[in-house]
Design a protein around this ligand. Structure first.
Ligand code: ATP
Ligand code: MG
Length: 453
């Protein structure tokens, strides 16, 4: 017996369906919203597929705010007053594929069946209509119940058509905690090489979703070698043993355990993934056979920058993630001066993430380490709260002496003044001088080797 279906499209989505159908077209809710509803989750957005051609869709919603998201691919987004924009896409039947990513031609279709046939996995290939009910041509409901990802049609062919589906398979496995069906799994391994032809932005998006999924650890453990094809920098971590009293896993297993411990924030997850990439290249042994990884944080930072640049992360995100990696071994508990410097340079969110990274890192070391070291992370968090509550000087903006004051002291604007201001800020962070105008002026005089103005 099939479970009763409880799919409840929001009112504005129902209105979209009704409007299209009143004009003589067919319209269905499709894809992720149907899957998530059947799983008892609240869908993040509702996509509509319709027999109406893009121009006809536009005519149906004349006078309303429409955005042409991908008009060549048949997608129009309706921007409502509440909630997410609703994407309305004309039924499609894909043409021939040649570059492993984009169909050569997108043929619009009047048949829902064509549209469902070109979707990636059975659980993503269901349609729902409030009156006509569920349309499940490929056993999607059954696969949902079994927790299985299975390609629609022949997996090898589907991955050759569009290799992004390989990464989508892994990310859905991580997000939903689903296993991969045998045939799909074989094809995934066979077609992995095709990943190299993908757009790096798309790879980044799918990997980020994979990393933030609750089952990232398990998926990376099982399919690490597939991911290494797009992130070859990770591969030396696997099998890199850590013969030290602090570790019980090789670098890769350590990374996977740490990932599982880290909160689901993209920058943090990427930092965890990359934090020890420098270890294999920095491994040495002392005569007693103990392994050391001196200098690995900056090496990991270098590798992280390379990876993040290749995947076209924004400069801002790249620098944030790489700086997290650079600082992941800073001495705990972090001192006040150091914390002020980090807060001033990178902000509160960064420091919060750094401490989360450090916690995740120690959670994945030898038994007992976590319990022993966690209080140092907690102490650092407490210091951060104190610094912020006191409103301590963290940036040049907070400093009681500025460029104008220095000019009045006879120091002309220019690089020397800039360097001096930064030197003063460092001194304030370090507690060498109070954040007080007179005290700072005296400090400048001492620095400049002068007795008075
Ligand atoms: P999410 O909740 O993460 O958005 P989703 O299932 O909506 O999940 P999308 O990437 O938004 O995922 O794609 C929407 C739907 O479009 C999918 O459910 C699937 O049916 C189809 N789809 C997306 N990308 C592909 C692809 N590369 N090949 C085949 N079908 C695809
Ligand atoms: Mg979606």
């Amino acid at each position: 017996m099939k479970q009763p279906v409880s799919i409840l499209p929001p009112q504005d989505v129902i209105q979209v369906l009704e409007r299209l159908e009143a004009a003589g077209h067919q319209a269905w809710c499709v894809g992720g919203c149907v899957r998530d509803s059947l799983l008892g989750k609240t869908p993040s957005d509702w996509d509509v597929a319709t027999s109406a051609l893009p121009q006809e869709t536009k005519e149906c919603f004349a006078g309303q705010r429409l955005v042409e998201v991908g008009i060549a691919h048949g997608t129009v987004a309706l921007v409502g007053t509440t909630g997410h924009p609703i994407e309305i896409t004309t039924f499609r039947a894909d043409g021939e594929y040649s570059d492993g990513r984009h169909p050569d031609s997108v043929a619009f279709s009047r048949r829902l069946e064509d549209d469902l046939s070109r979707r990636d996995f059975t659980v993503n290939a269901m349609a729902y209509h409030p009156v006509r009910g569920l349309r499940d041509m490929f056993g999607g409901q059954e696969d949902l119940a079994r927790g299985l990802l299975r390609c629609v049609g022949d997996p090898g062919r589907r991955f050759s058509e569009d290799a992004l589906r390989i990464l989508r398979c892994l990310r859905f496995s991580s997000q939903l905690g689903f296993a991969v069906d045998e045939g799909t799994r074989l094809a995934l391994w066979n077609k992995g090489d095709l990943l190299l032809g993908l757009s790096r932005e798309r790879v980044r998006e799918e990997l980020t979703k994979l990393l933030c999924g609750p089952q990232a650890e398990q998926v990376l453990r099982e399919y690490g070698e597939v991911v290494f094809l797009v992130l070859p920098e990770l591969s030396p971590m696997k099998g890199c043993a850590q013969e030290t009293p602090y570790h019980c896993f090789d670098v890769w297993e350590h990374t996977l355990h740490a990932l599982a411990h880290a909160p689901q924030e993209p920058s943090l997850k990427w930092a965890v993934l990359l934090h020890d990439t420098g270890k294999p290249g920095k491994k040495t042994y002392s005569p007693d056979g103990v392994a050391h990884f001196y200098g690995h944080p900056p090496e990991s930072g270098k590798i992280a920058r390379q990876v993040l640049e290749r995947l076209r992360f924004s400069n801002r995100q790249r620098e944030e993630i790489a700086a997290l990696v650079d600082h992941h071994e800073d001495k705990l508990p972090l001192g006040e001066a150091h914390l002020k410097k980090l807060l001033g340079q990178y902000g509160q969110q960064f420091v919060r993430r750094l401490l989360d990274l450090m916690e995740a890192d120690m959670s994945a070391k030898a038994p007992g380490i976590f319990q022993r070291r966690l209080p140092d992370v907690e102490e650092s968090r407490r210091r951060v709260r104190e610094i912020l509550a006191r409103g301590d000087c963290l940036t040049l903006k907070d400093m009681a002496l500025d460029g104008g004051d220095l000019q009045a002291m006879g120091i002309p604007p220019g690089p020397r003044m800039g360097a001096l201001l930064n030197r003063l800020l460092e001194a304030v962070w370090a507690g060498q001088v109070e954040n007080d105008k007179e005290a700072l002026k005296q400090f400048v005089l001492r620095l400049e080797g002068r007795r008075s103005l």
